[in-house]
Write a protein that binds this ligand. Sequence first.
Ligand code: NDP
Length: 240
Amino acid sequence: MTRTALVTGGTRGIGAAISIALKEAGMKVAATFNTDEPSATRFQEETGIATFGWNVADAAECERGIRKIADEVGEIDVLVNNAGITRDASVAKMDREMWDAVIDTNLGGVFNCVKAIFPGMRERGWGRVVSIGSINGQAGQFGQINYAAAKAGLIGLTKSLAREGASRGVTANLVAPGYTETEMVEAVPEKIREQILAGVPTGRFSRPDEIARVVSFLCAEESGQITGSTITVNGGHYMH
Ligand code: NDP
């Protein structure tokens, strides 16, 4: 049976690697973006994966976008909540707007997608929800109370969703990457990147395809007994 997958923020960085991995696993894939349409168009041309643009933080846009994907690609069996942003600052410098932007996107965006997709998965008796957390939601990080709160929130959301889906063949899991080679990490100043790297036992950052491999594993038909878990992919940077 061919499953249909939606990967939010699936046109760049870790999300792009996930979209490709799920396509290689035999799924029909829809990848979303927010504002970077040129990257999305390039990605669609290179991979043949359909792309759709909307802001996951906006519930109405989310509902419309998901309905469009259901009509054009298929009812969504696999939801990967990958879209995420950072707005870093110490508490003293963080304003309410920076707090809200990150909570609304990284946590609210997941609620919006789950709300629109999860009930249908339960009704049809099969589904996979994988959300992308972060090492910084597990260990905390200076300058990231907004980001760490949102990513830690996803752990509780995932465990609760796992309980709601369990009797109907729907699993929910979290993949928590460590620092991974994408534009998000390239934006971190070189000196801080070196300090971070010194704390990674494997001596390197993760690659997007290494995150994608775990997501693809969790989305497989055979992974129905794995639910409510957090799997870290961080080179041993944080162990729990
Ligand atoms: P990128 O910044 O490279 O890509 C982010 C993607 O999310 C883009 O496709 C972007 O769309 C999309 N996006 C952002 N905001 C929205 C929104 N409001 N609505 C819809 N789409 C949106 O990020 P990464 O690949 O680095 O990160 C992916 C995920 O992994 C994130 O959740 C991040 O927090 C998490 N993560 C990343 C780590 C890292 O080291 N890179 C480490 C741990 C976790 P557009 O292209 O239009 O901007």
